[in-house]
Design a protein around this ligand. Structure first.
Ligand code: AMP
Ligand code: TRP
Length: 334
């Protein structure tokens, strides 16, 4: 039987996961498990490229593992691993660094954004972030990468790196493709910025039903709909985007139709969304509560993930080193 194609994706352990992560990336990560051989990383080396709290890192990594499994990543099917436990990620990143022109990295949109947001925290790791991400993917020769649309420039850069590496050293890596979620980007509660852990604009996977309602009830909708009697435009409304991610066809059609004719108000629409959203998140929250009681299960999954990831990584790195003509003395000197 032909080997299954590989999938890689990663999430940074930089706080609780939110519905943008879930809809933009995780739903695809979960569904791809059936047909592909999937490797999902908790990318801690990426998380330290911005200001972070070392005292919280261990817990954040555990929380991220819990959220992954609770949402439906099955460690029996997929490899769940912590990036820093497999040395190949940074080893391959170093090699890819040597063939990546700095000019390619300077034009990456996320670098420009983060530089603007934090002018005092611009470090080499931040500039190099996309090369480490390319290494994450290529270490496992993954061909499919489920992500939200903010990651597309990184994927494009990965493909450029692949073409350059293969051209210089012989065909080694496939060109990976992004798999974008059904809803590729959810805006924050402000309706302006992308929902993001670093901005205070998220609905978290583990928000209680009341917390969720507090946030939804004040979330910005179509800004041109000022009064209850004004007709609205669902295409201009972030809440409608959320409906597309969480509601069934009947509710989506009902809300779109009634919004356009001012048949229902934003609050009515939000109530329907709230119920549907909670229906999807409640089982995830229940799973997470169970997993927190079974620390050993989570740690075993990560241990097993590390071992299985290392096996694949070693094969890739042996080939990479041989192609570059380095590390050939390693075994002879041992
Ligand atoms: P991060 O939280 O930055 O590690 O992101 C993990 C995954 O979630 C990536 O694939 C992102 O593209 C995706 N993602 C993050 N925020 C959003 C959002 N607001 N809408 C859609 N996808 C998102
Ligand atoms: N850059 C991604 C994010 O911020 C996380 C990530 C790191 C990733 N390495 C990856 C995603 C490899 C997909 C593949 O969301």
């Amino acid at each position: 039987m032909a080997e299954k194609k590989r999938v890689f994706s990663g999430i940074q352990p930089s706080g609780r996961l939110h519905i943008g992560n879930y809809v933009g990336a995780m739903q695809n990560m979960i569904s791809l498990q059936e047909e592909y051989s999937c490797i999902y990383g908790i990318v801690d080396y990426h998380a330290i490229t911005v200001s972070f709290n070392p005292g919280q890192m261990e817990q954040s990594i555990f929380d991220c593992a819990v959220d992954y499994i609770a949402a439906g990543i099955d460690p029996a099917k997929s490899i769940l691993m912590i990036q820093s436990t497999v040395a190949g990620h940074t080893e391959l990143a170093w090699i890819l660094n040597t063939i990546t022109p700095i000019s390619w990295l300077l034009r990456v949109p996320t670098f420009k954004e983060k530089k603007q947001q934090n002018p005092d925290y611009v470090n080499m790791g931040l500039l190099d972030y996309p090369v480490l991400m390319a290494a994450d993917i290529l270490l496992y020769r993954a061909e499919v990468v489920p992500v939200g649309d903010d990651q597309l420039p990184h994927l494009e850069l990965t493909r450029e790196i692949v073409r350059r590496f293969n051209g210089l050293f012989g065909v080694t890596f496939p060109e990976p493709k992004a798999k974008i979620g059904a809803v590729s980007r959810i805006l924050g509660l402000d309706g302006i910025n992308k929902m993001s852990k670093s901005l205070d604009n998220c609905i978290f996977l583990n928000d209680t039903k009341d917390e969720m309602w507090k946030k939804l009830s004040t979330a910005v909708t179509d800004v041109r709909r000022k009064r209850r009697t004004d007709p609205g435009n669902p295409d201009e409304c972030n809440l409608f985007t959320m409906h597309k991610a969480f509601s069934g066809k009947t509710d989506i059609e009902h809300c779109a139709r009634e919004c356009r004719v001012a048949g229902i108000g934003c609050l009515d629409c939000k109530k329907i969304l709230h119920e549907n959203m909670y229906k999807i998140l409640q089982p995830i929250q229940e799973n997470a509560a169970e997993l927190r009681k079974d620390r050993t299960y989570v740690l075993n999954a990560l241990n097993d993930g590390q071992r299985r990831a290392e096996e694949i990584a070693a094969q890739t790195m042996d080939e990479v080193y041989a192609k570059l003509g380095i590390k050939l003395y390693h075994s002879r000197l041992a």
